[in-house]
Design a protein around this ligand. Sequence first.
Ligand code: C5P
Length: 238
Amino acid sequence: MKKPLIIALDFAGKEEVNTFLANFGNEKLFLKVGMELFYQEGPSIVYALKEKGHGIFLDLKLHDIPNTVKSAMKGLARLGCDIVNVHAAGGKAMMEAALEGLETGSNGKRPYCIAVTQLTSTSVQQMQSEQLIPVTLNESVLHYASIAKESGLDGVVCSSFEAKEITSHLGESFLTVTPGIRLLADDSGDQKRVATPDFASAEGASAIVVGRSVTKSQNPFEKYLQCKQLWEGALNEA
Ligand code: C5P
C-alpha cells in the first residue's frame, strides 16, 4: 500500500457524497466509508465509489463474538474493499475469525484487515476511569497492536503519537493508519489525540485519515492538496 491520504466520507447519504466529490474532478482518491454512510446506503455506495476508481477503506469497526465477525467478514469480503477493520478489544479469537471470514469470502486477494486500538477520541483519563485499563495510552495501544499482529492482522488504527513505537516493535510492514489529523488552524472537535499530516509522516505512519478538516472546508480540494503536500512533502524528505 503506497502511503495513502484517506478521506473520511462521513456523510449521511450518496447525494452529499456526490456533491462533495464533485470538488475533486477526475482525481483518484482513497476514501473511507464509515458507519454513518454505510448504514444508510449499504454495499451500493462501495460499488459506486469503486467503479469510479477510488480506493476504499470500509471502517465498520467490527466487535462481536468470533462466529458473528467471521460470517460478517465473509460477506464484506465480497465488496472488494482495500481495507476493513475490527476492534482489537474483541480479542485474538475474534481477530483470527475475522481473517478466516475474509479469506473464505474473498475472490483471490483479501483486503487488508486492521484493528482499532484506542480511538483517537479517547483520552488517557477516560481509558483509565471508564475502561479500567491502568496503564498509559501508549502501553495500551502497543498491547492491542501486539495481539493484532499475533492474530495475523496487517496493522492497526492508532494515533500519530503511537505510530513510531508500534513500527519499532512490530516492524515496518505492520500498518499504522492514523486518524485525528488536523492542520494547525483547525478545530479538533471530539478528537483528543490530534496531529498534523507532516507530524504523522515524520512518525512513520503508513496512512493518514482526514475527515472534517477536508469535508467541512469551504474549499475541500484546496484543503486536500494542502494536507497531501504536508503528508507527501514530509514523506519525500524522510
Ligand atoms: O473528522 P475527523 O478527521 O476527526 O474524522 C476521523 C475519522 O476517522 C472518522 O470517520 C472516525 O470515525 C475515524 N476514526 C477515528 N479514530 C479511530 C478510528 C477511526 O477517528 N481510532
